[in-house]
Design a protein around this ligand. Sequence first.
Ligand SMILES: [Zn+2]
Ligand SMILES: [Zn+2]
Length: 251
Amino acid sequence: MNQLIYSDFAQSCLQDLIDLQDEFKSEYDIEWYENWFYNQSTGLLTFSTGEEEINFKYLSVGTFSRQTNTWKWSWDNENTLPTIKEEIITVKDFGYQSEFSKLTDGYFESSEEEAWEFTAITAKLTNSIGVYRPISEHLLVFMVLLEFVDKETAQNIKDKYIKCGTHEYGRRAFICNHLNTRAKAGFEESFETYENMELEEDDDFQAWCDKCEQVRQKEGGWNDNSMAFADIRLVCESCYFEIKELNLGYK
Ligand SMILES: [Zn+2]
Ligand SMILES: [Zn+2]
């Protein structure tokens, strides 16, 4: 069997990336948009001008530091959320199979040229439609774009996340108005939950206090009366689990 040589493979991926990116730019005129924004929680990269916007599902490949001339794969980065790095494991696995240590070492001295090689390889192995490389201070952030997301789908995804006053942007959760992080009030849930769990499309974190549970039982379920009593409000996932811990000490 012929051993795949890293430099040959990287070069062919870079060539393919040039074509891919040309296609991407002709299909989606991203340079027309004035603003860009990416959100690790939703996994969406958004370009916008006023009301006009275009969204893509993205993966974080890694970052190159111009300060230290080092490359860090996203899977090696604690600050990168699982949503945007899990699929990068494909590249690492491929690296092990092919014995390409640059694809399996998490953090090492490197160059911008190499960073592009890693991104081109990732684009190839994840069937990406394009790449994007924003700059954040001294860091070059390399991402691959998996697919275009239409406006309605993007809005549905974004609606599932909120930014509370205390925590980072997180998934939304619904609680009754009697629950808070200060005093115990009991904690009933619509289903058993744990932090960072995956939720089905139609599921949300929902919890209510003991008093609400009494009313709910008396009313025979959630109806106008029990809903009015609960006076549901929106918090973030982190708030939700702080309140759960306070009430149930589940940890
Ligand atoms: Zn309540
Ligand atoms: Zn919160």
